[in-house]
Design a protein around this ligand. Structure first.
Ligand SMILES: [Fe+2]
Length: 315
């Protein structure tokens, strides 16, 4: 155990009536001690027992972290419905699991996208977002500080779904497709050279033309996925179109743009303005909306108003 690194986990993330295939450690007499060895059937007695053995945090081997995230992902509906986990903690779990899911597919673009895995994640995210008004704010406030395409995509998905609920999308299928489209809206960015994606300064025209292609590539990648909904593909295809016709790729206008794409487009821009980047400070949410309202005529006013209502929601 000399070279083992440990990471803390929360005891309330051990879910009753599940089996954990990971050893659990605790600090006893100033050293890491194994408290339970795998496979561990999680029952309430065991949780009491662990609490008796150590009143401090519990740990797992750092190498088991991914396995632990998979355990949480598999049991996401138990987690989402668990009352003793705070909204903030649940939000962090959604960020962690979502990042793991996206990392897998974003790095293997073109291979089979695990649509069912996305659907499972998004359907639980919808349940969570519906559980209390204003939950989407947590995704905004608790977005990890390191800007990444994964955090951006999860942030855009959560606020897009909340806006979808607010405009009255009724069917679970529609909300799921909106959420999956939002999660994958920038999947085509995997084809843009890293040098351009990570460029600290403003892009020149040639670089911007290359970035624009991510829409076309995104559609190509998604079109190969068996069973994918046309709504998801259209949402990705239209996410840089603007109702005033000043967007790309096809300079569509108004009703020509898929309704899911109008939501994703707005949240995409909102998320970008409110995120800290090397060349710009993060804006606060309401000034960001004001900026969009004043300077951009590419978004529906109705959606902007609903976004203000969503962010002003208290819980
Ligand atoms: Fe994009």
């Amino acid at each position: 155990m000399e070279n083992t690194e440990f990471v803390p986990i929360k005891i309330d993330q051990l879910l009753e009536n599940t089996i954990l295939n990971i050893d659990i450690y605790g600090m006893v007499n100033n050293g890491y001690n194994q408290l339970c060895s795998k496979p561990i059937p999680i029952i309430s007695d065991l949780i009491t027992e662990i609490k008796d053995l150590t009143n401090g945090p519990i740990f797992i081997d750092k190498r088991d972290k991914e396995l632990f995230n998979k355990y949480l992902e598999r049991n996401l509906s138990l987690l989402t419905n668990k009352n003793d986990i705070s909204l903030a903690e649940k939000t962090r779990i959604f960020y962690n699991i979502g990042t793991d899911i996206l990392k897998g597919d974003f790095s293997n673009f073109g291979s089979s996208i695990e649509l069912e895995r996305y659907r499972h994640f998004i359907s639980n995210l919808i349940i969570f977002l519906k559980s209390k008004p204003g939950v989407s704010k947590y995704f905004f406030v608790l977005k990890p500080k390191n800007h990444s395409i994964y955090n951006h995509s999860i942030g855009v998905a959560s606020l897009s779904i909340s806006l979808g609920i607010k405009i009255g999308l009724q069917s679970e299928g529609d909300l799921e497709n909106l959420g999956i489209g939002a999660l994958l809206h920038d999947i085509g960015m995997t084809t843009v050279p890293q040098r351009i994606v990570e460029k600290q300064d403003k892009l020149n025209n040639r670089e911007f033309d290359i970035v624009k292609r991510h829409v076309k590539y995104g559609v190509e990648i998604l079109s190969k996925v068996p069973g994918i909904s046309k709504d998801i593909i259209s949402a990705v295809q239209d996410h840089h179109e603007r109702i005033d016709g000043k967007g790309y790729l096809f300079r569509k206008r108004g009703k020509e743009i898929h309704p899911f794409a109008k939501i994703i487009a707005l949240i995409d821009v909102f998320d970008a303005i409110t995120s800290k980047r090397p060349y710009r400070d993060a804006s606060d949410p309401f000034p960001a909306i004001r900026e969009i309202m004043t300077h951009q005529s590419g978004f529906e006013k109705k959606l902007l108003k609903l976004l203000i209502l969503e962010l002003g929601e208290n819980n």
